[in-house]
Design a protein around this ligand. Sequence first.
Ligand code: SF4
Length: 305
Amino acid sequence: MPSAYRYLFGPVPSRRLGRSLGIDVTPFKTCSFDCVFCQCGCTTRLVMEREELVPIEEICAEIEQWLKEDGKADCITFAGSGEPTLYSRLGELIDFIKARTALPVIVLSNGSLLHRIAVRDELLKADIVKVSLSAWDDASFKMINRPVPGLSFEQLLAGQRDFRNVFAGKLWIEVFLLDGINAAPEQVKKIAAVAAEIRPDKIHLNTSVRPPAEAAARPVAKEKLEALCALFSPQAEVIASFTADAGSAAGLNVEKLIDLIRRHPSTAGQLAGSFGVTPATIIPLLSDPRLQIEVRGGETYYKCR
Ligand code: SF4
């Protein structure tokens, strides 16, 4: 049976947010960055122009259906196959959700469009906005995030600082550290100095535990990440592995599994946690020919071909 949803996925066990219903408003893979560590793979549409990338009526209909038939999650998160602020009607979608549920709305963004007032105004409606910051100057920005031509690091920072000045919700920063690229203490100190200018409520350190776009984006060991936390103010937290509560096994099928894996390459254990079942229930579904495995850090990840 095909998945009921085209734009909704999960709820997924998020390291930051609990069980999070994902909304993916960007067709694969539309982004203003082409990060070397991206778990979705390389960007195929590198853009800064905002558009109604998919019809808003279709997304709203899926949200209505999910709220009516399930509605169980800790939050609703805009995330997925690209940069959600490229969706030109994002503010309207947040209004639509807020009018129907008290679940917190989170936007996971790379922060690249926050220098535009219209984008800042739309994100003011969210409860939590998480932006990424993994560089400290223009050269490192271009090497790690590979942004759309013309977007400078100063523009990125100015947008994030301006947003902080007007946003009353929680602003989090995720710093993605990669061994041999941006994780030396001198480099991390520079990232921490830039992050402090944005005055975030929280800082999370992440690394490429899932298969990244480029094989050279090697993960940083957990102990090393933990030691780097103290360089940030507020002190950073390493995003720990997450095990979801049981509860969403109903309706599990291979299409739902593939929907999730397309956006989040995952181990059998992570998938079991997401759906609230044992790995033994998941494993037979993982032989689907649309999936392939990649071994990373001793763990077997399933990803789409
Ligand atoms: S990690 Fe996020 S910002 Fe970077 S390319 Fe992937 S979707 Fe875009």
